[in-house]
Design a protein around this ligand. Structure first.
Ligand SMILES: Nc1ncnc2c1ncn2[C@@H]1O[C@H](COP(=O)(O)OP(=O)(O)OP(=O)(O)O)[C@@H](O)[C@H]1O
Length: 233
């Protein structure tokens, strides 16, 4: 069963209308798909196209299984300047119409796991980049959506937070959530992702499991990085 089905003919910006082209893949329930590509390949643009955040989008994105409940964890944290961390949590819970005792107990576990309890009444503008990213992650995990769309989570997080995030990703997969995660941290992607969509220069060059990519690149047993290198010439 798919929870996200993506078919982008072309999408982009006013001055570069086909920044990404011919991107087609899906994410299954309980599946983690890695959106892989070099800097500027088109990963964030693909994610923004999926979320309908671009001025140009010719294509179709479907969330077949669900009430279209997804959570987006952007590369650049974005938050309400005037709301504290706790108020962000309250707000997300209210928007998702969550039961009060459920969201409160979930929030307290998340705040503890991500070591953010000491700043719950602080404004996120006073947080470090990694702490702001943790806020985005906590709010997303709180709502237990059917689909997560995560743009490069590993850059700002410290090793402990990274480990915790990956732990939650696995837990959410086991719950049946589908996850699309862009990254260029290929060794982590290789270890955790079930399948991959490789993008280069705005186009998808291959899509499938590591085994499929190894066959495609004729590199049996190779690391994702080596397949990637071969594909990019
Ligand atoms: N706001 C924008 N306006 C015009 N072009 C843009 C804009 N944002 C990105 N682009 C262009 O779209 C292309 C893909 O960029 P994108 O940000 O999607 O890459 P990425 O794979 O996410 O890169 P990175 O790994 O560096 O985050 C690049 O050529 C970039 O210059």
């Amino acid at each position: 069963m798919y929870v996200l089905d993506v078919s982008i003919t072309n999408a982009g910006y006013q001055d570069s209308r086909d920044a990404v082209r011919n991107i087609r893949f899906h994410v299954g329930a309980g599946e983690l798909v890695g959106l892989i590509g070099a800097n500027g390949a088109g990963k964030s643009t693909t994610i923004k196209a999926i979320l309908d955040m671009l001025p140009v989008m010719d294509g179709e994105v479907r969330f077949p299984s669900s009430k279209r409940r997804y959570a987006y964890i952007p590369e650049q944290p974005s938050f309400y300047e005037e709301l504290t961390l706790w108020e962000h949590i309250e707000f997300a819970a209210a928007v998702c119409n969550m039961n009060r005792s459920v969201w409160k107990s979930r929030a307290s576990v998340l705040l503890n796991d991500f070591k953010m309890e000491h700043v719950i009444h602080h404004l996120p503008a006073s947080f470090s980049k990694g702490m702001q990213q943790k806020l985005m992650i906590i709010v997303a995990l709180l709502t237990e959506p059917d689909v997560y769309i995560v743009d490069e989570p590993f850059i700002g997080l410290d090793p402990r937070a990274t480990k915790q995030f990956l732990h939650y990703i696995q837990k959410e997969k086991a719950r049946g959530a589908g996850i699309l995660m862009s990254t260029h941290v290929l060794d982590t992607a290789e270890k955790y992702c079930d399948s991959f969509a490789l993008i280069d220069d705005g186009e998808m060059i291959v899509n499938g499991t590591l085994d499929h990519i190894r066959k495609y690149t004729e590199l049996p047993g190779a690391a994702l990085m080596d397949c990637f290198d071969k594909l990019l010439g």
